[in-house]
Structure formats: structure tokens, C-alpha cells
Write a protein that binds this ligand. Sequence first.
Ligand SMILES: [Cu+2]
Length: 179
Amino acid sequence: MTYKLLLVVFAASFVFLPVTSQAASAAPVNVKIQTVDGKDAGTITLTDKKGGVAFKLDLMNLPPGEHAIHVHQFPKCDPPDYRSSGFHFNPAGKKHGIKNPEGFHDGDIPLNLKVGANGTEKSSFVVKTISLDPSAPNSILANGGTSIVIHADVDDMETDPGGNSGARIACGLVLPPGM
Ligand SMILES: [Cu+2]
């Protein structure tokens, strides 16, 4: 390899590699949420936030009141009960809830949604126990992805395995880009 060619290869990798890796981590993941009876329940947009994942919720067609929300282990939202989504995303093998001394699951989200009287919810928060980096041990995009599940009841933040949060009323697939 001539010196000139080496220089070109070096310059090319310097210019292109940082751009592609930055684009991959910066790409938002749009999660379309559907109610268990087949209605469009809006969107949750996930973006990479240093040390976690930022959630931006724009939800509708949900029952007014407080509801648990979690990341579940499988990228499946099959009717009639969304059981196919599995349990909470829990790669570290812990128990449920921030109040649980043996907790908590990476997919536990330590808040309950507050859906308004008109069935909508718009809010934003950051979850620091998960990652959008496909190579991270707590990546919610690895192994084909995961799902986000909204429940009928409130999460008590300590009862294993599901926080006593009742039926699964809405679900959306968290899929890697291109799937
Ligand atoms: Cu759940």
C-alpha cells in the first residue's frame, strides 16, 4: 500500500466512522401503542439519553386515572391479553419494584401514568436502567427488541413480579431500526 493510499483510507475512516456511529445511537425509536381491543393508543418516542433512555409520551384512548407502565421482555403484543410480551425486562434477575429490597427490574418504570379525563397523556421522563445501545447488557433493542406495556391498575412498586398492576390494557413493540 502506498503512503498516499494509506492517507486516503485513514482520512475516510476518520470522516465517516464517527458519523455513522453517532447516527445509529441518535436515531429515535417510535413505539406505536395499541389498546387490547385494537384502538390506536398513540406513540411513545424513545431517544438515547446519556446514561439511559428518554421517553416522550403522546397517548390517547386510555382509561382515565393512574396506570402502571413497564418494559416487558419480548417484542410481542398479541391479543387478547398481551401475555405474549412476557414478564418485565429483567436481565439482571432481580425482583420487582423500587421499594423492594431485592429489586428492581431494569424494565420497571418508577412512576405511574396519570391519564386525563379525556383519555390522553403527554409527558416525558428518563429511565436510567435501560439502554438503546444494542451491545449494552441492559439494551432493550437486543435479541429482537422488547415491548412497552400499560396496565389497568397502579404499580405499588414492590409486589413481585408485576407490582399488582392488573390486566395489560395497551402494548407497543420496541424494535431495532429496520425491523
Ligand atoms: Cu407490566
